[in-house]
Design a protein around this ligand. Structure first.
Ligand code: AMP
Length: 134
């Protein structure tokens, strides 16, 4: 069965899209640790990130860097933290989280409850930033 992220990539489930190319897709995390918390996924569905073949793995990191640069231009933060755990969704992905302190990477903290309009506003800003860089 297709993962929830494959369904998002295929447009079967809605998302707040940030960026896409032939092989990778980025969208806002629905339970964000910070405003601008973004997930970057390869379109090919593999559960464990270290099982990706070398080319897809390095391409994912390269694409995540571009998305991270777009986020930091429009979301005030000290830098973008990069996290990988993948315990919930069995489709390899990277979390990009705008942070100001190490504690902002604490996954046990309460997530932000954002309104739909806030997600839309954030996604639009990052998308515009990404597109201006490419
Ligand atoms: P993990 O697999 O442990 O890295 O966590 C999966 C992440 O995907 C969590 O941060 C969820 O909030 C996020 N997530 C799950 N379903 C969706 C969805 N439909 N849209 C956006 N983010 C999602």
């Amino acid at each position: 069965m297709a993962s929830i992220f494959t369904k998002i990539i295929n447009g079967d489930i809605p998302c707040y899209k940030i960026a896409e190319d032939e092989n990778y897709f980025a969208f806002l995390d629905i339970n964000p640790m910070a405003k601008g918390h973004t997930l970057v996924v390869p379109k090919s569905e593999v559960d464990y990130i270290f099982d990706l073949d070398e080319e897809v793995y390095s391409g994912l990191m390269k694409f995540a860097k571009k998305v991270g640069r777009a986020i930091e231009k429009v979301i005030p933060c000290n830098r973008i933290g990069l996290l990988v755990f993948g315990l919930e969704v069995p489709h390899a992905h990277v979390h990009l989280i705008p942070i100001n302190a190490a504690s902002d990477m604490d996954i046990s903290k309460d997530k932000l409850a954002l309104k739909k309009e806030e997600f839309v506003e954030i996604a639009d800003k990052i998308l515009e930033s990404f597109e201006s860089m490419t």
